[in-house]
Design a protein. Sequence first.
Length: 412
Amino acid sequence: MTTPFARIAGLWLLVTTACLAADTGYQKEVTVAQPTRLDWTFVVSNQSVVDPPAEWLQGYDSQQQRYELFVPPAKAKNDGLPMILFISAGDAPAGWNQLESVCKQKGIVFASPYGAGNNTAMPRRVKTVLDVLDDVRRQHRIDPDRTYIAGFSGGGRVACAIAFALPELFGGAMPVCAGGELREEPWLRHRAIDRLSLAFLTGTEDFNQSEVERFRGPMFSEMGIRTKVVVVPKLGHAIPDAKSFQTAIEWLDAGAVERRKLAKQYPASHTLSDAAPRREEQAKALLDEGLLRLKDRKTTFAGLMQLQGVMTRWADLPAAEAAKKTLLEYESKAEKPWEADDIAEQRKFLIARVRALDAYASGKLPDQYVKQRPDMAKAAIALWQDVIEDGQDAKAASEGKRRIPELKKLAE
């Protein structure tokens, strides 16, 4: 005999199953349900802004934003589902045609916003992308250690900007035919080194191949960021095929083990999909991590830079005052061994940049960039002169003395 409870339970199961079925598979258009809880303002500034200027969004409505979505039917593993968030160079979504087979084979969530192309102002573009990311994260259990933000051309540059500002949300970035710059904040550079993997895709016929293959890729790699460049034969400035993406994704996934280890040691280094810390919570978590890092001489400099980051990013919060107090205490110490770490890091980044810029300026350039060669060469000369003047890396200084005469020929 079927009891009323059994009938109700059976009905609940049918409804639940139907909802889950509706939530999987491919959907051409999904509408964002609520504004993002993620700190989009920090991507376009150096602070977490409570009341962003009106001109940043100009009547933008999160609940009018749409995106293309694929959710695999397989159940999420303990760590959650992997995800690719793809930013188009145009107003329509992009990437699904090339990534469909890979996402279906590997059980990867795919999302790509409408209205986030190169003609969209940066604040609005970032807000759109993070509205979409948070909407997916609210509905599905997403693994932040295997969430990869990707994009084509200008979309790839935006993907880098978002990943470098909010690394806790991503395992890495996958820019296509484009690159990006690290943030200026030292603690975010440390996060990129410790956490992110960068898989650049370009083609032998892409006019940005030189930038990606000779400049961005080698520079980030020498800085200590896990980096791979995939060069696709006969590909122009276009989105590559599934095989190329599969190579990049498998390489990105290989770094997930280390990202999870980092998260166990420093929980604030990643944000789970069922969490969206408020400003106060995030500031406190990063403050606590910074203080923990101060206890180990090897990570003292990183800890101090993280406290500096808290003080700047959340200047209006109690965590900023606590960070400032500790920073002043360390500044008053008679001995400051971490200052040597600061100088060594600046030297490392300087040498990485000048070597990559030198290679970029000296090699083959596409027609549209040839006129920029003299300025590139002059910039490389100036950086080599800084290396020579510093004089602490004898090998690099000797390299600079050897390279400057050659670069001067290109600068004329």
